[in-house]
Design a protein around this ligand. Sequence first.
Ligand code: ADP
Length: 174
Amino acid sequence: MKKEILDKIEVKRGDVTKLKVDAIVNAANVSLLGGGGVDGAIHRAAGPELLKECKSIGGCPTGEARITKGYNLLAKYVIHTVGPVYKGTIEDSRYLTNCYQNSLRLAVENQAASIAFPAISCGVYGYPIQDACRIAIDSTCNFLKTNESVKKVVFILFSTEDLKIYNDYLAKIT
Ligand code: ADP
C-alpha cells in the first residue's frame, strides 16, 4: 500500500468517546435506539439529545450509515453504522465493507476530515477480529485512494490484543 495512504491511518488503543476528531463512528443496531457496548458508551457520553435525533431517523439497515450531531462529545458528528451479526457467510464481509465505505462517504459529504472507527461488529455481533481488521483497513485504504478530503482515519481498539492485530496487519501491507 502507498505511503501517502498509510500515513493517513492511525491505530491506537482507547475509548472512542474521548476522541477529538470531526466524526466518530458508532457500531449501532438497526433500530438506532441505542444498545450496549460502544453504542451505549457513545449515547452516555453524547447525552440524551443524541437519542432524540436517532429516534427521528427511524432506523438504518445493515451495512448502511446515518449521521447525527455529536452533542456533548468532542466530535462534531456521530456516524452510526450497522455491522452484520456474524454468521460465517460471504454476506458478512460484503456488509462490513459497506459499513466502512458508507461511513467514509458520509464523512466526505459532511466535510469531516478526520474520522475514528471502533471495531464494528467485533463485540456482541461476533465478527472475528482478524477478518474484520483486514476488511476495515482494506476498505478504508481503497476509499482513501479516490477521496482526498479525508485526511485522517483512526482505528481505536479497546484491547491490547486487538491493537496488536491491527498493527500486525498494517505492518504486513506496508
Ligand atoms: P457490535 O454490536 O457491532 O459487535 P460492540 O459495541 O459490541 O458492537 O463492540 C464493537 C467493538 O467495540 C468491540 O471490539 C468492543 O470491544 C469495542 N468497544 C466497546 N466500547 C468501546 C469504546 N468506548 N471505545 C472503543 N471501542 C469500544
